[in-house]
Design a protein around this ligand. Structure first.
Ligand code: URA
Ligand code: CA
Length: 434
């Protein structure tokens, strides 16, 4: 087999076989195929697209390019949740305890954040002493015992995807639906999930800017799941404004704790109920989404979900007194209220800009090496559709540097679009594909 022929075939719009895709992935991963040939194939895929079968084959080849976690010693059906990425997305911290409190195993491998705000691990490190470092035995033991564990990404998961993603990034081939779908699904499959719930974000603060694109990506991933015998459900949710109110690490953990106490922002809780209920259905804990939502609500009302968070934080070395007294979390030196200069209704809050403002305050990393400031970020006080008078507080800035705070204030005023008339709301959940 020659890489030249594979490129030619795809360039001419033909379909590649399983063997050809395996040949490409294996030999690119081990360095036998040079970047220039891989780039040519990626560009051909970008223009000629791939069939569902090719996309599934590419996914499997990338999933098998490194370690594939064996979670068979964890009892029960392992359902993984994945978000395509947004601003202030605290769902994992809320969902994990909610779902685990019902006896369904949640074994998460998580990463640190790059860009916007921190990743789940960064956020959890707001609990003094919390650690994701543990042996594989401990990981399995924790999830069997308390049903919830978050580990750092170790080993060599889907190295082909890592290498290809970096190449796509510099060859203008990231935004191909087939390539994104196979990239995401290959990592989920390598991390050992039996079933997958996807939160596909759409809007100004997301990868997919339009509903049509989001639906196309979601249906492609659901189809890959089907072909590979991993039941997959995709929820398409709004990311035109940040989710919840808090953006920043300790601030988001506090928000998650409040939500588990039943006192969180409505949109965050609603999305968690929907994602969680679908996880319960896939794990056969509930027969219907409605029943799943009822179970999750009960678990929050009875305090079981919050108790589960405590158990989990304790098992990973974190200080659980922070949960009863959220004042213990790292706090910023300055809290500044940003006040509206006009009256009307909030029409838009540019999610992407808000994410970048939080990052510049220190809540996220611009480069992999940077350290995160856990205490800083933003807490929104007005969201889309809210009525605003002159002088009303739009948002609070939590900062450790006054100059950065002043800059953030100007940028926040720019990010809030206020109109004279109420323009109607955008739904939080557009669509559910299964
Ligand atoms: N996220 C991924 O993991 N892969 C992509 O290709 C795009 C987003
Ligand atoms: Ca949030």
């Amino acid at each position: 087999m020659r890489m030249y022929d594979i490129i030619l075939k795809k360039r001419n719009g033909e379909q590649l076989t399983t063997e050809e895709l395996n040949f490409f992935v294996d030999n690119y991963t081990n360095g036998n195929i040079p970047d220039y040939q891989a780039s040519a194939l990626l560009m051909a895929i970008y223009f000629q697209k791939m069939s569902k079968k090719e996309t599934s084959d590419l996914t499997m080849a990338m999933a098998n390019s490194g370690d594939v976690l064996d979670l068979s010693s964890i009892n029960g059906i392992k359902v993984d949740k994945h978000s395509t990425g947004g601003v202030g997305d605290t769902t994992t911290l809320v969902l994990g305890p909610m779902v685990a409190s019902l006896g369904v195993p949640v074994a998460k491998m998580s990463g640190r954040g790059l860009g916007h705000t921190g990743g789940t691990i960064d956020k959890l490190e707001s609990f003094k002493g919390f650690s994701v470092e543990m042996s594989e035995e401990k990981f399995i033991e924790n999830v069997n015992k308390i049903k919830l564990v978050v580990g750092g990404q170790t080993g060599n998961l889907a190295p082909a995807d890592k290498k290809l993603y970096a190449l796509r990034d510099v060859t203008a081939t990231v935004d191909s639906i087939s390539l994104i779908a196979s990239s995401i699904m290959s990592k989920k499959i390598a991390s050992g999930a039996d079933a997958i719930v996807l939160d596909v974000k759409v809007g100004q603060g997301a990868f997919m800017k339009t509903k049509e694109e989001a639906i196309e990506l979601a249906s492609e991933m659901v189809e890959i799941g089907k072909n590979l015998n991993k039941k997959t459900v995709a929820i398409i949710s709004d990311m035109d404004q940040p989710l919840g109110l808090a953006i920043g690490n300790a601030l988001e953990v506090k928000e998650a704790i409040n939500t588990l106490k039943g006192e969180g922002p409505k949109d965050l809780f609603h999305l968690c109920l929907t994602l969680g209920a679908n996880m319960l259905v896939l794990s056969k804990k509930a027969d219907t989404v409605k029943e799943g939502e009822k179970l999750l609500l009960q678990s929050v009302k009875s305090g079981k979900a919050l108790e589960k968070l405590k158990e989990f934080v304790k098992a990973q070395g974190g200080d659980t007194s922070f949960i009863d007294n959220t004042e213990n979390f790292p706090k910023a030196n300055y809290i500044i209220a940003v006040k509206s200069k006009t009256k009307g209704y909030v029409k838009k809050i540019c999610a992407e800009k808000i994410g970048l403002i939080a990052m510049e305050l220190g809540a996220g990393r611009a480069t992999k090496e940077e350290k995160i400031d856990l205490s800083v970020g933003l807490v929104l006080n007005k969201k889309r559709g809210d009525k605003v008078l002159v002088g009303d507080i739009l948002c609070y800035i939590h900062a450790n540097d006054m100059q950065k705070a002043k800059k953030a204030e100007r940028e926040i005023l720019d990010s809030y679009k206020i109109s004279q008339t109420f323009t109607g709301d955008i739904p939080l959940i557009y669509n559910i594909l299964k």
